[in-house]
Design a binder for this molecule. Structure first.
Ligand SMILES: *Cc1c(COP(=O)(O)O)cnc(C)c1O
Length: 396
């Protein structure tokens, strides 16, 4: 096995090379180790591996060489000491949060969370004796007020899904640390390219790699990043014993996805910025929210903590649900799906799908109106996308 460290190079170079381990065959592309287990030369080796006296692979629920390559490349991209891949983004959130708490502890989270993340905090944790409080994320005083003596962890997502609201990561991290708690940031919407939560003070970053990291709609996956101590003590044992491990095949697809991540995300973001600027004043659009525009209500905060806009646009169209449905049904190129971050542009109506289970009042608190359509901008030519959107808006 040969392993070449590529640390001095630029990010784009490292996204192609970092973490690769070559077998003696000298393959160009990263090898896919589609194996459940590993054999030992002799009984003594097996004993030493189990005693942790010798490095090596034993079982893919624990570690796998292809998965290790994905984790090392992700850690390099994030600027993290360590990474742990998981079967899905939700496995990453669940493991990262459950690994930090026990009965009697308390968690504070921003209420504008991805639906399943909110379910974990609001419904699952209390079943195991972990208290939780949901707060208005941008309001730093609300985080301060929610702290209790037993508060152990904070969780937030910024920009939030689907309303693209921004939370001050450094501000919330300072409150968490003063309370003796940690901060975990779900960084899916910003992507690892445009926001570095660890550098802003967060203790843990989680991704659904299903989104931009794959970026071509094929595999589910997730990743948890943090200090080596955090990953080893809070995450690894919990994951290895409970089993939401990633398939080496999916890790391989995601590893190859990282090679083109910056190309794809930069192009998708440039197109999103063009579409946001062009459609902003369209008469059928009540409100357009895009983190890359200077009229975003939190533009100053965005300038402090993000280095790029996003591939996502939130469009509130005229005539509520009826207007949103007419708009979506009139699209020909852009398709209806609850997914995002894909090469194919996709639209979602959160009020009737991803956020359907919430009452209209709770949706209102999260900025989800009946006319809100979330647009995930893909890799199609920007003029084709603009033509599709403009024609469909005429139907509203
Ligand atoms: C998709 C998503 C998740 C969950 O990821 P899966 O891979 O679908 O499990 C979590 N958080 C955010 C912000 C997401 O967009």
């Amino acid at each position: 096995m040969t392993h070449s460290p590529v640390t001095p190079y630029h990010l784009d170079t490292r996204l192609v090379h970092e973490g690769q381990t070559r077998t003696p065959y000298g393959e160009t592309s990263e090898a896919l180790f589609l194996t459940q287990g590993f054999i030992y030369e002799n009984a003594e080796t097996a004993e030493r591996r189990f005693l942790n006296e010798e490095q090596g692979y034993s079982y893919t629920r624990y570690t796998n060489p292809t998965t290790t390559m994905f984790e090392e490349r992700m850690a390099a991209l994030e600027g993290a000491e360590a990474a742990q891949a998981t079967a899905t983004g939700m496995a990453a959130v669940t493991v990262a949060m459950m690994g930090q708490v026990q009965a009697g502890d308390h968690v504070v989270a921003a209420r504008a969370l991805f639906g399943s993340c909110r379910w974990i905090v609001e419904d699952l944790f209390p079943r195991f004796g972990v208290g939780s409080t949901l707060v208005d994320g941008p309001d730093l005083d609300a985080w301060r007020r929610a702290v209790r003596p037993e508060t152990k962890a904070f969780l937030l997502e910024t920009p939030s899904n689907p309303s693209l609201e921004i939370i001050d990561i450094a501000g919330v991290a300072a409150i968490a640390h003063q309370a003796g708690a940690t901060l975990t940031v779900d960084n899916v919407f910003a992507t690892p390219l445009f926001q570095k939560p660890l550098a802003l003070g967060a203790d843990c970053v989680v991704y659904s790699a299903t989104k931009h990291i794959d970026g071509q709609g094929r595999c589910l996956g997730g990743v948890i990043l943090g200090s080596r101590d955090f990953i080893e003590t809070k995450v690894q044992q919990f994951l290895r014993m409970t089993g939401p491990s990633i398939s080496p095949f999916n890790a391989w697809v995601l590893l190859k996805g990282l090679e083109t991540l910056s190309l794809r995300v930069e192009r998708q973001t440039a197109t999103a910025g063009f579409l946001a600027d062009t459609l902003h004043d369209h008469p059928k659009v009540r409100r357009l929210t895009y983190p890359g525009r200077p009229d975003h209500p939190q533009a100053a905060l965005i300038a402090r903590q993000m280095t790029g806009g996003s591939t996502m646009i939130a469009l509130d169209v005229q005539n509520g649900k009826a207007g949103a449905f007419r708009f979506m049904n009139a699209l020909k190129l852009i398709r209806i799906s609850n997914n995002l971050g894909d090469a194919k542009s996709l639209v979602t109506h959160p009020a009737t799908t991803t956020h359907q289970r919430f009452s209209p009042e709770l949706r209102g608190e999260m900025g989800i109106t009946d006319g809100l359509v979330r647009l995930s901008v893909g890799l199609e030519h920007r003029d084709d996308l603009l033509a599709d959107l403009a024609r469909a808006l005429d139907e509203v």
